[in-house]
Ligand binder design. Sequence first.
Ligand code: NAP
Length: 277
Amino acid sequence: MRIGIVGLGLIGGSLGLDLRSGYEVFGVSRQETTCQIALQRGAVARASINLDLLATVEIIFICTPLDAIVPTVKQLISYLSPETIITDVGSVKQPIVEECSRLWTNFVGGHPMAGTAEQGIEAAEKGLFVGKPYVLTKTLKTPYAALKKVEEIVKSLGSIMYYSSPEEHDRAVAWISHLPVIISAALIDACMQETDFTVLQLAQNLASSGFRDTSRVGSGNPELGVMMARYNRQALLRSLLQYRQSLDRLINKIEQKDWESLGDILQSTQAARKQFD
Ligand code: NAP
């Protein structure tokens, strides 16, 4: 089977590195140099900056940044036969699945829950998806045969398959991926409001693993953070408002010196944390 990948970055390049062992892989990216590196690294058998390279492939993975997924599908469709399956890897699903399914019947939304802090083709890794969750979204419009084909390819990556509606996916990732980014950014922002410079400097010098763990995702790529908030605004706001309530409850226990209730809450969060491992 011949597979196409658009967007030869971390995710697209990593997909290519893995899929080449079982499939013929053609890649399209925006920059010629990226295409050259993808060829040198063995992520693709052929590469181009023109989408017409993908006219003969059976299935296309769109791995561009979120805001380029729908425009890419729009540009692609004039080159494709109706049997071609298009799937994407975007980390937000509802707005993308809705628009892409409207543009192309044979569309299946997907999201590999794998990544690193790096970006671009140089960051692509073989085996990135092994043992990691890969969500395929199902709607009333999703063609069964296309879903099965994407599933077969995803399974060959060694990923653990999950299915959900686009809306459930977006609410779930708001909790475990997007909310942590905003909370972590708020943590750094709050610390920086310390007005006593000596205290602030001491805190920065003393910061160790606890602070590193809780602030890490708040220091990621700002463009990606904004894109995630823009595309998953509703679900993220829902999670943030619940978070504010949880924070208020904790503040209240501390203000009231209600150490017993605070202890109870911390005991239940200690137990609940295991369910996210
Ligand atoms: P990335 O490393 O920046 O790769 C994206 C690549 O897309 C860039 O290298 C760029 O290639 C190319 N590109 C940009 N605009 C394009 C266009 N209009 N046409 C063709 N190629 C274009 O980003 P990524 O982390 O792989 O993320 C890609 C997608 O995966 C996003 O939709 C993201 O939501 C999703 N995702 C990311 C992660 C993660 O942890 N990073 C995890 C799961 C899903 P050039 O170098 O040629 O400009």
